[in-house]
Design a binder for this molecule. Structure first.
Ligand code: JUQ
Length: 150
């Protein structure tokens, strides 16, 4: 069991540290631009950092849910690679957005595509598992036989 999820756990811890890093950047920006809570408006440079962190947080639960679903039901390796790519995309999204709204777009599209891949792996993994548990059909084994791979 442990070896089937330990890499997913490592990616999850890294993702949490990245969220903490984004939050720290908002704290520094509040000091730099003198924007005290609960105010969330200020110079555009502050608002971009604030929105970048808020947007990354908004997608964090969806990301973690599909990272684990696809990792447990489909493949830990592929899921973890996608997880790292997503975090890489979000890092560039955050820093791109901090510079200019336009610069957030390329990394945003990249992260969104990686998230679709994780959703696809999740759907496939859960579907195959469902067929095994409730229909006693192992579609991967069936596919292997049909292709003469066994
Ligand atoms: C919602 C639910 C599931 C999405 C891709 C994949 C799955 C995103 C849209 C963002 C932002 C940031 C900004 C990481 C067309 C379907 C999804 C999903 C969205 N998409 N937006 C936006 C707010 O700076 O504008 O972070 N992230 C997404 O995915 C694409 C959407």
């Amino acid at each position: 069991m442990e070896e089937q999820v330990v890499v997913l756990a490592a990616v999850t811890v890294l993702a949490v540290l990245q969220q903490a890093y984004f939050s720290l950047q908002v704290i520094y920006a509040r000091r730099k631009f003198s924007v005290s809570p609960p105010v969330v408006t200020g110079p555009p440079a502050f608002e971009r950092i604030f929105r970048a962190q808020a947007n990354c947080s908004e997608y964090f639960p969806i990301f973690i849910a599909v990272l684990w679903t696809s990792g447990v039901f489909f493949s830990q390796g592929l899921s973890s690679v996608c997880g790292l790519l997503y975090l890489y995309g979000r890092f560039h999204y955050f820093h791109g957005y901090s510079e200019a709204a336009q610069q957030r777009l390329a990394p945003l599209y990249f992260s969104a595509r990686v998230l679709w891949v994780l959703i696809g792996f999740s759907v496939l993994g859960v579907f195959l598992s469902f067929c095994r548990v409730y229909l006693q059909v192992d579609l991967l084994t069936e596919l292997g036989s049909a292709l003469g791979l066994d």
